[in-house]
Design a protein around this ligand. Structure first.
Ligand code: BES
Ligand code: ZN
Length: 945
């Protein structure tokens, strides 16, 4: 797009302050310079000096001194910023980011605070790049430092980015306002002019003005509060450590907090709306434990004196890791002992584990650019598992790691996937990097690497990485070098980061001998998209191996197949177990075909032990029959992870056309004997998914038979469930899932029990606290009649527990009455009773309902522009909306219909990866259905005999 065409010049006439700039708080109210009017420096003749999206590298911000004055009544703010800059090339221009800000004045001063010019400096705007350029008539000289001083103002955003407003209601019905920030990835520029790129790390000193009934919070503690005028107070915060702009944050609110101190003296506080105070205690305990854990694990002190965690009532994503002031959705931070379920507890624990991991991975060491956001998010996701396992072993969090990998596989086996490291330049592309690939594939690949290197070597390597790049930025290569402990001459001399060479690859020798090239290996996982399929075949004493790219949308018989395979090769750290010994064998496979000697007297081989590797396995020539037999006869020979992995593998291969459906169904035939929650729910999950698909396609006989089969097959385990909150975490989760499924399948005993509980709840006027793990099921059954539904909506409206509200909302979306579903979507769009932050999940929940799936899709089409405006194009909300509403379409007509819509929004659709993913996904469903409908029908008839 032509830069100059989009250039907007807006200069403001404000007289220059002739002395050293005082950071003034008055409203930046000067009108913009009318187009065409002559400015004092003749700036109409100036054109924007910079044509790239990324800022020039030769002006480095060192220190931001900010003064902010939000007005929570007029819902606007004014501010000023003094930025100390280091100029590294002679230039007349300072180019930095600014978005939707009114700039009322800009000046540049030298190191002695003398103005460089006695005239108003022209400020040029390039909105398409979210940049402004400030022209200095005097050259800024290379090697010198200057102060850039800018005054600005704007409305508080009515969204979830930048400096935005949020509200909440008290139990007496009063609405209160607060203002909060969310900057990652590119919205700091909406709150103040800044060099808004992750590698421009600087110190921040902020002062915030507020009325006495509010408090203000930022990354650092307050050092002093002074009265400025008319009772207005100014909080002066301590200077931050060097950090990226996206981690800066501040909140002005009237919240209350609870506090405690970690063993190393860090003050931890949880903030929430005053009446939610009782829900903050669990988070406090978790945060303190986690900080203690991370300080020890990383062997690096948390560098700030405090860590505040705050629940913001309007929050688009799940949480955000601002340094020292992490922000959360209420459901991600608050735990209500009366209404939060075991899944809620697990979620809160993991989210806190995630955001606190970022205080090191991301905040202390930051990726150089957004293309490698996985260095933040993949690590934080993986550290959730390590930290929660260490601090809350009873939660058995390792049981969920497989699902993180499964989520990655499901995305990565579509052709529309992308490499972990991927170019991203503009804000829409950058936002889209926060996806399953960065998070889940990132975590899963790290899990593979940790297993390959051993826990100790992995830990030492990441500690080395964190120490070496503290307060700096890193690339993938820096991580590989730290893990392999390959040190530069300089590192050795300084003796700082390289302890004992050769130590790191100790375990790797088990696979590859001395010449392991960690970079070459890891590049195959991070620079190349997709996941390998390892096909194994027995031949005498050998196991023959072949690797291909695993694709769920294209069969080997497809003409496209060979093109899509071209050039793909991975360095796969294979592991396997056989019945001949209890050892885990290892082999690094770096070629397309390979073979391993396993001996003659082996009856079965299970490859990818506990799924510590990121690859799918296919057993040819009766290999699957061996597995079916093994599970039937002696399933506990394999670990629960191996059993779950086999189930997952088999159904992946069915979708990809490598295995007939009945083989996979036979494989899960052993589940009646299964007592472990994870494989049980994995197998059940596939049956449930098929049920949902045939139900939506109105395949009545298959639907009925499948429902009957599921209930009959799992009868014993369903009957064992109690309607309570007792038992271990796994037992509680299993109960939740099983009872929800049973009622969904209209199991009479389940319905009867749920109806009775709902009646009790109604009779108590909603005051009865039902067991938290089954309440969603009870409400879903209760929501089936008008009175129940209306009562739930009323309860939703007044509930003070976000956990409770999300359960009620789910139940409301289970109604079979399409008018009610419409009403919910309209309420979500309106954003009053149902907040906008919940709209994308509401749409997804309605789309799950067979009566709602076309309705939800039509709603998205009709309101597309509004949705994009609310959530921004590249956001995860838009992605979830697209994939959530189309994900269950499985007919060619539905596919065409979606294609047509994407055509009609071509300009936007072409910028979105999600549209391609949605199309690939539907294509996969269409083929699945065409190929497997009859086999499923016949298999069920066979089972019903
Ligand atoms: N850094 C992210 C928040 C974020 C998400 C910023 C998307 C910009 C775009 C934060 O650490 C995060 O990952 N949040 C998750 C929840 C978390 C528990 C995985 C989220 O918001 O989905
Ligand atoms: Zn994160």
């Amino acid at each position: 797009m032509g830069l100059f065409r989009l250039l907007v010049l807006s200069l403001f006439h404000v007289s220059l302050v002739s002395s050293q700039p005082t950071e003034r708080s008055q409203q930046a109210s000067s009108p913009p310079h009318p187009p065409g009017e002559q400015s004092p420096l003749g700036s109409d003749n100036l054109s924007f000096p910079w044509s790239r999206l990324r800022l020039p590298r030769y002006i480095i911000p060192l220190h931001y001194r900010l003064l902010l004055h939000p007005n929570l009544t007029s819902l606007s703010f004014t501010g000023s910023v003094q930025i100390q800059i280091d100029v590294q090339n002679n230039t007349n221009w300072v180019v930095l980011h600014s978005k939707n800000l009114q700039i009322s004045q800009a000046t540049i001063l030298d190191e002695n605070f003398a103005h460089l010019s006695d005239r108003v400096l022209p400020v040029l705007h390039n909105p398409s790049h979210e940049q402004i350029g400030i022209f200095s008539p005097r050259v800024l000289s290379s090697g010198q430092k200057y102060f850039l001083y800018i005054e600005f103002g704007a409305e508080l955003a009515d969204s979830f980015y930048g400096f935005y407003k949020s509200t909440y209601r008290t139990s007496t019905g009063e609405t209160r306002t607060l203002a909060s920030t969310h900057f990652e990835p590119t919205s700091a520029r909406m709150a103040f002019p800044c060099f808004d790129e992750p590698s421009f790390k600087a110190n921040f000193s902020v002062r915030i003005r507020r009325r006495p009934e509010y408090i203000s919070l930022s990354n650092m503690p307050i050092v002093k509060t002074v009265e400025v005028n008319d009772g207005l107070l100014e909080d002066q915060f301590d200077t931050s450590v060097k950090m990226s702009t996206y981690l800066f944050a501040f909140v002005i609110c009237d919240f209350k907090s609870v506090s405690a101190t970690t063993s190393s003296g860090v003050q931890v506080s949880i903030y929430a709306a005053p009446e939610k105070w009782l829900q903050t205690h669990y988070a406090l305990e978790v945060a303190v434990k986690m900080l203690d854990f991370y300080e020890e694990y990383f062997n690096i002190h948390y560098p700030l004196p405090k860590q505040d965690l705050i629940a913001i009532p309007d929050f688009e994503s799940g949480a955000m890791e601002n340094w020292g002031l992490t922000t959360y959705r209420e459901t991600s931070l608050l735990f209500d002992p009366l209404t939060s379920s075991i899944s809620d507890e697990l979620w809160v624990t993991m989210v806190i584990g995630h955001e606190l991991a970022h205080q090191w991975f991301g905040n202390l060491v930051t990726m150089e650019w957004w293309n490698d956001i996985w260095l933040n998010e993949g690590f934080a996701r993986y550290m959730e598992y390590i930290s929660v396992e260490a601090t809350y072993p009873d939660l058995k969090v390792e049981e969920y790691l497989l699902h993180t990998c499964f989520a990655a596989v499901s995305y990565d086996s579509l052709n529309s996937s992308r490499p972990i490291s991927n170019p991203a330049e503009n804000p829409t592309q950058i936002k889209q990097m926060f996806d399953t690939i960065s998070y889940d594939k990132g975590a899963c690949v790290l899990h593979m690497l940790r297993h390959f290197l051993t826990d100790d070597v992995f830990q030492q390597g990441i500690v080395r990485y964190l120490r070496k790049y503290s307060y700096r930025n890193a690339h993938n290569q820096d991580l590989w070098d730290s893990l392999a402990n390959t040190c530069s001459e300089e590192d050795f001399i300084s003796g700082k980061h390289c302890y004992s060479s050769g130590q790191a690859a100790k375990n790797a020798y088990l696979y590859a001998g001395e010449h392991l090239d960690l970079t070459a290996m890891m590049n195959t996982w991070t620079l190349q998209k997709g996941i390998p399929l390892v096909t194994v075949r027995r031949k005498g004493p050998h196991l023959l191996l072949r690797q291909d790219r695993f694709l769920r949308t294209v069969m080997p018989s497809d003409p496209l197949w060979s093109t899509l395979q071209q050039g793909f090769l991975w360095h796969i750290p294979l592991t396997y177990k056989t019945d001949a010994s209890s050892t885990i064998h290892r082999h690094l496979m770096t070629t397309q075909t390979d073979s391993i000697h396993i001996g003659e007297d082996v009856s079965w081989v299970k490859v990818n032990t506990d799924m510590t590797g990121y690859y799918v396995v296919h057993y040819e020539d009766g290999g699957w029959d061996e597995m079916v037999k093994l599970l039937r006869e002696n399933h506990t020979t394999l670990s629960y992870k191996d059993r779950t992995h086999l189930i997952h593998n088999a159904f992946q291969l069915v979708t990809a056309g490598h295995l007939p459906l009945n083989k996979a169904l036979d494989l899960i035939g052993y589940l009646q004997l299964e007592t472990h929650t994870v494989p049980l729910l994995q197998g059940l999950g596939y049956l449930e998914a098929f049920y949902q698909m045939v139900e939506k396609r109105n395949e009545f006989d298959i639907t009925t038979n499948l429902g009957t089969y599921i209930l009959r097959f799992f009868r014993a385990v369903i009957d064992q469930q109690t309607w309570s909150d007792s038992g271990s975490v796994s037992e509680r989760r299993l109960r939740s899932e099983l009872l929800s499924l049973a009622c969904h399948l209209d199991d009479p005993p389940c319905l009867e029990r749920a109806r009775q509980s709902f009646k009790d709840w109604l009779q108590s006027n909603g005051t009865l606290n039902l067991p938290t793990d089954v309440v969603e099921t009870v409400f879903s059954v209760g929501a089936q009649d008008d009175h129940g539904w209306a009562s739930l909506l009323r309860a939703y409206n007044i509930s003070m527990s976000a956990a409770q509200k999300s359960k009620i909302l789910f139940a409301l979306t289970c109604s079979k009455d399409t008018d009610k579903l419409h009403r919910l979507l309209d309420l979500g769009l309106e954003g009053k009773v149902i907040r906008s932050q919940d709209l994308s999940s509401l749409i997804m929940m309605v789309a799950r309902n067979p009566r709602g799936h076309h309705l939800a899709w039509n709603f998205v089409k009709k309101n597309w522009d509004t949705l994009v405006q609310k959530f921004q194009l590249g956001s995860s909300c838009i992605r979830n909306i697209i994939i959530g509403t189309t994900g269950q379409f499985s007919s060619p007509e539905e596919l065409t219909e979606v294609q047509l819509f994407f055509e009609s929004i071509k300009e936007q659709a072409s910028q979105l990866r999600a549209t391609q993913v949605a199309l690939d996904n539907m294509q996969k469903n269409v083929r699945w259905f065409q190929r497997n409908r009859e086999p499923l029908r016949n298999w069920l008839i066979e089972q019903m005999k």
